[in-house]
Design a protein around this ligand. Structure first.
Ligand code: KG4
Ligand code: ZN
Length: 349
C-alpha cells in the first residue's frame, strides 16, 4: 500500500510517501520539507496566522515534488495521511483540509495521525531501527514525556513535564540570551565554546522519585543570571549556554535511566527535535552503554517535524491490520489542537 503523509502542525510543511508492502518497516520512498524558520525569525517565534498561510503555499508543490522524486503519480496513492493534532489549529486545518480533499478526489481513504506517535515511531526509519518493546523519551518543542511502548498503538505514559517542555526550556533560555529563534540549535552550538560548570543552575525534580519533569524554574534561574551579568552577559554567553544545556541534559538522562530501571527494559528510543542535541546523544549513549541498554535515535533530519514520520505512523498502523475506514467515512474531518497521546485509539493486540 502506498501512503502519502502530510505534516503541517507548526512551522514545517512536510510531505512524504511510504510503501507498506513487503515485510517489515514501511519503506520511505521520498520526502520533501519546507521550514518556515526564516519567516518567523523576525518575530522571535511562530506567528500562527503566517504559518497557516505558508502551509497553503507549500503543501501542493511539495506533494508534487514527492511524487516526482518517487517517479509515481497521485493515482497510485492508496491512503492519504495527515497530522490531526496536537498543534496549531489553523496550521493543522491546512494539512487536514488538503489531505482530505486530495483523498476525496482520488476516491481513497484519508487517515488522521497523532503528531507524537509520528515522532516516537520516527527512529524506525533510521539505519539502526529499534524493536518493541522500548522506553521512548519524547523531547520536542511542546512535549517532554517518557513512555513505555509495547507495540504500535500501545503507549503508556510514565512521566511528563508539569510545565515547560525541554525544547521550550532551550528556546526560552536562548531568547533571554538574545539568540535567534528557534533557540535550541543556536544555544547548543554556542555551548560548544563554553564552560558547562561556570554557572550553578537548578536541576528541577531531579530527585523527585518519579519520572516527571519541570523546566520552568530553570528558565527563571537563567533569567536571574542574565540580569546579574548585565553588560557582562555578552562575554559570558557561551558559559551560560553550556551551563543551561548541561542542566537540561542531566535531567533528561537521569530520568531516562529511571524509566529504564522502573520498566526493566533494555531499549531506549529518543525522538523529537531535542533528540538532535549532540550533548544529549553523547551523554545518553555513554550512560546506557555502561548499563547494557541500547539507544536508538531518528536520523538527524527526521528529529524535527517532517512528513516522513506521519506517513510512517499511518503505514505502521495499517500494517497492524487496522483497516482504513471507507473513503467517504474519512472525509468528515476535525483537527485536535490539544490531543493527549493517551486518548489515541489503541490498536488491538
Ligand atoms: O519536534 P519538533 O520539531 O517540534 C515539536 O513537535 O515541538 O521540536 C522542535 C524543538 C525546538 O524547541 C528546538 O529548539 C528543539 O526542538 N531543537 C533542539 C535542537 N534541534 C532542535 N534543541 C536542542 N538542541 C538541538 N540541536
Ligand atoms: Zn514535532
Amino acid at each position: 500500500m502506498l501512503v502519502l503523509g502530510i505534516e503541517s502542525s507548526c512551522d514545517e510543511t512536510g510531505v512524504a510517501l511510504v510503501d507498506t508492502s513487503g515485510e517489515g518497516i514501511p519503506k520511505l520512498l521520498s520526502h520533501a520539507l519546507h521550514s518556515q524558520i526564516d519567516m518567523h525569525q523576525a518575530y522571535g517565534g511562530v506567528v500562527p496566522e503566517l504559518a497557516s498561510r505558508d502551509h497553503i503555499r507549500r503543501v501542493l508543490p511539495l506533494t508534487h515534488e514527492v511524487m516526482r522524486r518517487a517517479q509515481l503519480s497521485l493515482a497510485d496513492v492508496d491512503v492519504v495521511a495527515y497530522t490531526r493534532g496536537p498543534g496549531l489549529a489553523g496550521a493543522l486545518l491546512v494539512g487536514a483540509g488538503v489531505a482530505v480533499s486530495l483523498a476525496a478526489a482520488l476516491g481513497r481513504p484519508a487517515m488522521g495521525v497523532h503528531h507524537l506517535e509520528g515522532h516516537l515511531l520516527s527512529p524506525f526509519l533510521s539505519a539502526d531501527p529499534p524493536e518493541f518493546p522500548f522506553v521512548a523519551l519524547l523531547v520536542s518543542g511542546g512535549h517532554t514525556q517518557l513512555m513505555r511502548v509495547e507495540r504500535v498503538g500501545a503507549y503508556e505514559l510514565l512521566g511528563e513535564s508539569i510545565d515547560d517542555a525541554a525544547g521550550e526550556a532551550f528556546d526560552k533560555s536562548a531568547k533571554l540570551m538574545g539568540l535567534p529563534y528557534p533557540g535550541g540549535p543556536h544555544l547548543s552550538k554556542l555551548a560548544e565554546q563554553g564552560d558547562d560548570k561556570a554557572f550553578k543552575l537548578p536541576r528541577p525534580l531531579l530527585h523527585s522519585g518519579n519520572l516527571d519533569f519541570s523546566f520552568a524554574g530553570l528558565k527563571t534561574a537563567v533569567l536571574t543570571q542574565a540580569k546579574k551579568l548585565g553588560d557582562a552577559l555578552e562575554s559570558r554567553k557561551a558559559d551560560l549556554a553550556a551551563s543551561t544545556q548541561a542542566a537540561i541534559v542531566e535531567v533528561l538522562v537521569k530520568k531516562s535511566l529511571g524509566a529504564m530501571r522502573q520498566t526493566g527494559l533494555k531499549r531506549l528510543v529518543v525522538a523529537g527535535g531535542v533528540g538532535a542535541n549532540a550533548r544529549l546523544r553523547r551523554e545518553l549513549s555513554d550512560a546506557c552503554r555502561q548499563r547494557g541498554i541500547r539507544v536508538h535515535y531518528p536520523e538527524l533530519d527526521l528529529c524535527t517535524d517532517n512528513g516522513a514520520m506521519i506517513a510512517l505512523a499511518a503505514g505502521m498502523r495499517l500494517q497492524t491490520g487496522v483497516e482504513p475506514l471507507s473513503a467517504a467515512a474519512t472525509y468528515n474531518f476535525e483537527v485536535r489542537p490539544r490531543w493527549p497521546l493517551s486518548e489515541l485509539q489503541a490498536v488491538p493486540a
